[in-house]
Design a protein around this ligand. Structure first.
Ligand SMILES: Nc1nc2c(ncn2[C@@H]2O[C@H](COP(=O)(O)OP(=O)(O)OP(=O)(O)O)[C@@H](O)[C@H]2O)c(=O)[nH]1
Ligand SMILES: [Mg+2]
Length: 717
């Protein structure tokens, strides 16, 4: 037996391949209830019965043709790396369509296990199936599983060990005689020419006219293809249809026959829950309004629910930790500059960023709900008509929605779009989607200037981002990326009730990434920022290196509403690395000298009293969050009480008018994607797209903010 077994997980989109890998290995690869979650090859490792397994998660595909990037990635991997085994994951409730890929995989002659996933749904629908018979016909073990519930998972690996040991490959589909005769002639020629790929597979692919494969083959063996062309002509003359269609029909014929043998459908058809829910959610009139109301409610709960916790975190980090650390540093007689760096530089900045952890966590919980329930695909379906206005189709909406979480996976998600032009256009629009990292910026400013309408203003930001992306999309469609949107059919998965564990895992995974970022890149940025603000040492900040530079260029931003204060400009500069840094930088720039605990005479009081107070106020935050969310119709009464602002906030409150603050938020929303997003644009499309993205995201924010600022002023704000 081999020491190390490479298994490729292959199957249609949204059948639970990734969920199965996670269940087997305990990995936390991204799972979601819409087709096209996994777009790159991903891996996990696991040891079972002393054998090491490398589990390769391939993107979901309907067939092994060369039309989409995902199909090409999968074909390339299966042919060139020849995994030891294939786990072909099927959605048992949709066997007819899923088995099509199985019939193609068979030609590759790789030991295979067929997994009948979603077995729980299969059973609850009352379906029945003759497993033994299915195994006999397919020629390989078939294992029923429910990946999300961990059922049948161990059996999969045992079956893999068995098929690898015995080299059990699936039985191939036999086509009608005429085709088989042509195939055998092609096979013979291929064998003579020393074809390095499975012969049957290669012959079928040549016959189908798969350009991607033929090019691969001809780069390895020089072969005269004219005999294939003759075969194609003979078959097409006989059937009066193109070969690809003829082969597909015969495969489906085989599948239908197979299912008749093994499958028992329940007689009565009850109306399914998914259909009932969709009657409302996909309603032509109600659909879109319901969508927007849901998104609005999501923000309302996110903001109202997290606000007390953010206040608590802020108090804990700055009022408690900061105070005591600066006291300790003072007691340790550390030099003044070092204390200034730690307290004024790192603590003020990183602390402010970290105080938004509760906000991120709640937002990510909602994102996970949206993704896991199946509503994401519906959103794309609903937006199809709107997207057509800019010459894109609804499928482009999925990357845009993913962009609300983070722009980086959103750019990757454009891979599900077949057309390269659509892909590029969508990728250019993604940076206008307000990602989670921008949320702390809104939270900071709305907490100061728009306390009564926090959720509404933030909702407006998201809408504005979408509106701007539609307009920019329209312009680009008319100029650089002209062309029609191809018709599109969105596959709508059934609604699934996500488990609490899945939601928590997904949300916590993303929140952890946020915390990690705060501990690394943001801390580093804060140190660098502090340096540039303190060179030459001892000079007032406006005379520092960064101060002078920012003052020099701030006139550019005067029309956009915030050039009056160089610090706003200074915060944008390090913010190019990551958007959260803007908040950290503002903390440092506006906190600076005004901070009470950085002064020399500290009277810390009692540590225990302080700690007790933190604990009490933490539980108080729960009560307040509950009150905020569930009695939010009364919110105007509560938030009428003047909230007490922290030092940084007070100082910000003095330097902006609400209109200026709004414009600054708009600018931050639309302005330049972060380094990681630019990196992924480069990886996927190359430099010219990076350049284009940069150009668009510098011009557009300036124009939009200026427009809002000047119109706002005319209106008397
Ligand atoms: N009820 C049920 N749901 C499942 C099962 N396996 C997966 N799911 C759900 O099905 C959806 C799709 O799962 P994924 O693992 O993302 O599917 P995938 O095959 O990796 O999809 P792509 O990456 O898009 O190709 C998710 O909502 C899962 O929670 C199962 O056995 N039973
Ligand atoms: Mg997947």
């Amino acid at each position: 037996m081999k020491e190390r077994i490479v298994i490729a997980f292959v199957g249609n989109p949204n059948v639970g391949k990734t969920a199965l890998i996670n269940a087997i290995s305990g990995a936390q690869l991204k799972v979601g209830n819409w087709p096209g979650v996994t777009v790159e090859k991903k891996e996990a490792f696991f040891t079972h019965r002393g054998v090491e397994f490398r589990l390769v998660d391939l993107p979901g595909i309907y067939s092994l043709s060369p039309y989409t990037l995902e199909e090409r990635i999968s074909q390339e991997f299966l042919l060139e790396e020849r995994p030891d085994a294939v786990v072909n994951v099927l959605d048992s409730t949709n066997l007819e369509r899923n088995l099509y890929l199985t019939t193609q995989l068979a030609d590759l002659e790789i030991p295979t296990v067929v997994v009948l996933n979603m077995w729980d749904e299969f059973q609850s629908k009352g379906y029945q199936l003759d497993l033994k018979m299915l195994e006999r016909v397919l020629g390989v073990p078939c294992v029923p599983t429910a990946a999300t519930k961990g059922k049948g998972v161990d059996e999969v690996l045992d079956a893999v060990l068995e098929v690898v040991e015995k080299s059990r490959v699936p039985r191939k589909v036999r086509f009608k005689r005429i085709i088989e005769e042509e195939l055998s002639k092609i096979e013979k020629r291929l064998k003579e020419a020393g074809c390095p790929y499975p012969i049957r597979w290669s012959a079928v692919k040549l016959l189908e006219g798969d350009g991607f494969f033929s090019e691969k083959l001809f780069s390895k063996i020089k072969l005269d293809v004219s005999f294939v062309e003759e075969a194609v002509e003979r078959i097409e003359a006989h059937y009066g249809d193109d070969v690809e269609t003829v082969l597909a029909e015969q495969r489906y014929g085989y599948i239908n026959g197979l299912l008749k043998e093994v499958f028992k459908r329940p007689i009565q058809h009850k109306m399914e829950l998914t259909d009932i829910i969709d009657k409302v959610l996909l309603n032509r009139v109600l659909g879109l309004p319901v969508f927007f109301v849901m998104v609005y409610l999501m923000f309302k709960v996110t903001f109202d629910g997290s606000a007390p916790f953010i206040d608590w975190m802020d108090g804990f980090i700055n009022g408690f930790l900061g105070k005591w650390i600066s006291y300790l540093l003072y007691q340790a007689h550390l030099p003044g500059w070092l204390r200034s760096l730690v307290v004024g530089g790192i603590f003020q900045g990183v602390g402010l960023v970290l105080s938004f952890i509760p906000l991120m966590l709640i937002l990510y919980i909602f994102m996970a709900l949206l993704e896991e329930s199946g509503y994401m695909a519906r959103a794309a379906f609903l937006m199809d008509r709107v997207m057509h206005a800019v010459g894109l189709h609804g499928k482009s909406f999925i990357p845009l929605v993913i962009g609300f979480g983070c722009n980086v996976p959103a750019i990757l998600a454009t891979r599900t779009l077949e057309n390269e032009r659509d892909r590029k256009l969508t990728a250019l629009l993604v940076p206008f989607m307000s990602c989670g990292a921008r949320l702390p910026i809104y939270a900071l400013f709305t907490g100061i200037f728009f306390v009564r309408h926090r959720a509404e203003v933030v909702f407006l930001m998201y809408l504005l981002g979408m509106l701007v992306s539609l307009i920019v999309g329209l312009v680009l469609r008319r100029t650089v990326f002209s062309g029609e949107a191809p018709p599109f059919i969105m596959e709508l998965p059934p609604y699934r009730l996500p488990t609490l564990k899945m939601i928590w895992n997904s949300a916590w995974f993303r929140t952890k990434a946020f915390i990690r970022k705060a501990g690394t890149i943001i801390t580093l940025a804060m140190v660098i920022l502090w340096l540039f603000l303190n060179i030459p040492f001892g000079a007032p900040v406006e005379k520092s290196l960064l101060g002078r530079f920012s003052r020099g260029i701030s006139f550019v931003f005067v029309p956009a509403g915030f050039g009056h204060d160089w610090r706003t400009v200074a915060a944008l500069i390090p913010g190019t690395a990551a958007k959260e840094i803007v908040v950290g930088a503002l903390g440092q720039l506006y906190g600076g000298a005004s901070s009470s605990y950085s002064s020399e005479e500290i009277n810390p009081g009692s540590f225990r009293e302080d700690l007790k107070e933190q604990v009490v106020s933490f539980f108080g935050a729960f009560k307040e969050a509950f009150r905020n969310i569930f009695m939010s119709w009364k919110s105007s009464v509560f938030s009428g009480e003047e909230e007490e602002l922290g030092e940084v906030a007070k100082s910000i409150a003095h330097s902006f008018t609400p209109l200026q603050a709004f414009c600054y938020m708009v600018f931050c929303l639309l302005w330049m994607p972060c380094i990681s997003t630019l990196g992924i644009i480069y990886q996927e499309f190359g430099w010219s797209m990076v350049g284009m993205s940069l150009a668009i995201t510098t011009i557009v924010p300036w124009v939009v903010s200026s427009l809002i600022y000047n119109v706002g002023r005319l209106l008397g704000y």
